[in-house]
Ligand binder design. Structure first.
Ligand SMILES: [Zn+2]
Length: 295
């Protein structure tokens, strides 16, 4: 296992505009909205949005009193801030998911959507997420499913080399992975997340459907097909609602942050937070905390 797994960095990327706003992804976005609404509790206190990007999904989480948007890319968070503004209810944090800057056991909700597929060490990342969650907290995970119908047909007709039935992740482009549902389920179980419900999403992510079916009909068809997610998973995207179980080492009482380098508790002394144990300095600039170690 790599000591410092690589992170996929969207720094300076116009991903939000090119992929979501100009990229004909209205169907995927709406289908995800349906899934989130079905899985996320209506209310809660503190939610961690992992891989928040430009904040495309954040408004869907505002049943929670406070949302922490976390991304490795500072520029993505700047875009999120432009879109959502600064508010007491939102907190913007640039950090590495493998080294989260939070005390253990503080969040009662978390989401990770379209993020796991950039991770070369997903089991390690999921374990970090579990650390910062309370017992019984809800974690919504979306992952890219290698065991999808299109990949299965392509494999059977020899248009594709890799085997969609085998358990290991497939890295189809640099730091882009598809995962097998059984493997993801075992990672979740090992990290003390109990799967409560699964929804399969984006069944009709093909240009044929997008060209010949109206958007509303596609979203309706997807929202019905999602309900088979507990029985089988053959769609390119899968949403899983998990509940954190078991106990973990508790964080320091009264503190929110910890040093991602050495684990020491940090007092929020923004605009500059200095770790008294290792001397690392973490700035807070223009509404964004920066806890990245090697930027
Ligand atoms: Zn430190």
């Amino acid at each position: 296992m790599a000591e410092n797994p690589p992170v996929c960095n969207y720094e300076g990327s116009d991903y939000q505009t090119s992929f979501w706003e100009r990229g004909d992804r209205a169907y995927e976005d709406a289908a995800e909205g349906v899934a989130i609404k079905r899985l996320l509790p209506k209310e809660g206190n503190l939610l961690l949005e992992l891989g928040a990007g430009a904040g495309r999904n954040t408004l869907r989480y505002l049943g929670f009193k406070k949302v922490v948007l976390l991304d490795y890319s500072r520029t993505q968070l700047e875009q999120a801030q432009q879109r959502l503004g600064q508010s007491e209810r939102l907190m913007y944090i640039a950090a590495d998911v493998y080294r989260l800057p939070f005390q253990n056991g503080i969040f009662d909700g978390a989401t990770m959507i379209r993020t796991l597929h950039h991770m070369s060490e997903p089991a390690l990342a999921l374990n970090q997420v579990r650390n910062v969650m309370k017992e019984n907290a809800i974690f919504i995970l979306e992952y890219a499913n290698k065991h999808n119908l299109k990949a299965i047909f392509r494999y059977l007709f020899r248009k594709q080399q890799w085997n969609p039935f085998s358990p290991e992740p497939i890295e189809f482009a640099a730091l882009n992975f598809d995962f097998h549902p059984t493997t993801v389920a075992s990672w979740l179980q090992n990290s003390q997340f109990a799967v409560e419900r699964q929804l399969t999403v984006s069944h009709f992510r093909m240009s044929f459907f997008k060209r010949f079916f109206p958007l509303k009909l596609l979203v309706l068809m997807d929202s019905l097909a999602q309900l088979t997610g507990d029985a089988w998973q053959l769609s390119p995207s899968v949403f899983v609602r998990n509940r954190a179980f078991g106990s973990r080492t508790q964080g320091k009482e009264g503190l929110f942050f910890k040093c991602p380098a050495c684990g020491n508790g940090l007092i929020d002394t923004k605009p500059v937070i200095t770790c008294e144990a290792c001397g690392k300095v973490y700035p807070y600039e223009n509404g964004i905390y920066d806890f990245r170690l090697d930027k």
